[in-house]
Design a protein around this ligand. Structure first.
Ligand code: NAI
Length: 462
């Protein structure tokens, strides 16, 4: 008999959530994790610490820009950087400890160490070999490297180093205008750094509805970030007192130089496969180096499953969580399922950006006949009271059936508002269904309802 029903490798949001669901379903479960704390990249050096720094720097921005207008007088606070980092670390610790507690509560064994899959049903952790009926690979991702740019996590950093810099840089250059670049770029811009974002494409946030991307770029520019688009970074030279970054502009092939104290490399992430040895195991891989799975997370090797960043699809914690639950349910003989059409994405800048379903560009490309309903936060009373009238809600619905196909929000609490759209889409709702739902007044979410009304006869306050 095997030691365990399931051994999960990796305790990030995919792995730890899967473990809890396995335990709830009565499966004897262990998780292999080599970090000192549970929670993976997201809790330790990703989503959670970045949100703490975003919150603190947003508070500073509010104090500097909006307090006086509300009659709140006094000097704006100054930044105690070490203390801010302590606050961030404390938030991380509360969360990672929380997972430890959940593991104990659910009787999940934490095998501390780095796991190696020896074959189906066999996992080695340090010198010990453990057996299991099922193995779930949830090893996540790591920052992709960039030729000519050597990361040292002190001066040239990935998101990991950027969350623990020794001091706030005077000049920060961010390579890549994706989610990480914009979130961490905003943090340091608000804390006083001169931030330049160099992006290879001619627009920011690839994959995001272009209307949102443009609005976000405008807003970030107003906040003082500089964007250099259509630029390929060639090399970052480390001089004694500064960094010298050379990029080539695609439009004319010219070589240009930027100087900085810190360079953040945020050009995407790639699957983390240490200890997996896909070839030896006979695991089928995708062209992009991810572990190939069927729609329920089964790899090409019986008894081995894979979830999260190490597989295809958006590299998002909540996508990994959903897959973790699905796989647990399949292992327990239930019908696990993930609706990949309704996975929201959020960028925690200010204004916040959130999106679910199809972008307008994707619908156009597919030749889909659709309607657009739009509503500006400028006409939303609650948004104006908090100085966040910038932004809008855009709802795309099917021309004929009015079924909601995509919702794109830039504005206050977008990352929360989007879930109204997710629930509606999960239930196959039409824009009219949303429009006929009573929304409390005053609320940011009235803008969602108004955009839904705009898919029909028109918004009330427009
Ligand atoms: P990303 O894929 O979002 O963006 C990378 C950007 O770098 C792209 O715009 C790309 O065109 C650009 N780029 C690539 N090579 C370049 C080069 N040589 N020179 C200049 N630009 C270049 O990747 P990012 O921001 O590193 O994030 C990694 C993953 O983590 C993403 O999948 C993201 O969704 C996820 N993440 C999600 C967050 C959230 O949900 N709020 C927060 C942070 C990360």
């Amino acid at each position: 008999m095997a030691d365990y029903d399931v051994i999960i490798i990796g305790a990030g949001p995919g792995g730890y959530v899967s473990a809890i669901r396995c335990a709830q379903l009565g499966l004897k479960t262990a998780v292999v994790e080599g970090r000192e704390t549970l929670g993976g990249t997201c809790l330790n050096v990703g989503c959670i610490p970045s949100k703490a720094l975003l919150h603190a720097s947003h508070m500073l921005h509010e104090a500097e820009h909006n307090f006086a207008a509300m009659g709140l007088r006094g000097k704006a606070p100054s930044v105690d950087w070490p203390k801010m980092l302590e606050y961030k670390d404390a938030v991380v610790e509360q969360n990672t400890r929380g997972i430890e507690f959940l593991f104990k509560k659910n009787k999940i064994d934490w095998m501390k160490g780095w796991g190696e899959i020896l074959g189906p049903g066999k996992v080695r952790v340090d010198e010990e070999v453990h057996s299991a009926r099922h193995i779930v690979i949830a090893t996540g991702s790591e920052a992709a490297s960039l030729p000519g740019v050597e990361v040292d996590e002190e001066r040239v950093v990935t998101s990991t180093g950027a969350l623990s810099l020794g001091r706030i840089p005077k000049r920060l250059v961010v390579i890549g205008a994706g989610v990480i670049g914009l979130e961490l770029g905003s943090v340091y811009a608000r804390l006083g750094a001169e931030v330049t974002v160099v992006e290879y494409l001619d627009h920011i946030t690839p994959g995001l509805d272009k209307g949102l991307g443009k609005a976000l770029q405008r807003s970030m520019k107003k906040q003082g970030l500089t964007f250099i688009l259509g630029a390929a970074v060639k090399v970052v030279e480390k001089l004694k007192t500064k960094l010298k970054l050379t990029y080539e502009l695609k439009k004319d092939g010219s070589a240009n130089v930027l100087e900085a104290d810190t360079v953040l490399v945020a050009t995407g992430r790639r699957p983390f496969l240490a200890g997996i040895a896909p070839e030896a195991l006979g695991l089928k891989m995708t062209e992009r180096g991810q572990i190939a799975t069927d729609a329920q997370g089964r790899t090409s090797v019986a008894g081995i499953w894979a979830i999260g960043d190490v597989t295809e699809g958006p590299m998002l914690a909540h996508k990994a969580e959903e897959e973790g639950i699905m796989v647990a349910e399949c292992i327990a003989g239930q019908a696990g399922h993930v609706n990949y059409d309704v996975i929201p994405g959020v960028i925690y800048t200010s204004p916040e950006v959130a999106s679910v379903g199809q972008s307008e560009e994707a619908l156009k490309e597919a030749g889909w006949a659709y309607k657009v309903g739009k509503f500006s936060f400028m006409a939303n009373a609650r948004a104006k009271t908090v100085f966040q009238g910038e932004g809008f809600v855009k709802i795309l619905s099917d021309q004929e059936t009015d079924r909601i196909l995509g919702v794109h929000i830039i504005g206050p609490a977008a990352g929360e508002l989007i879930h109204e759209a997710c629930v509606a889409m999960e239930f196959g709702a039409s824009a009219e269904d949303l429009a006929r739902t009573c929304h409390a007044h005053p609320a940011f979410s009235e803008a969602v309802r108004e955009a839904a009304l705009d898919c029909g006869d028109g918004a009330i306050h427009a």
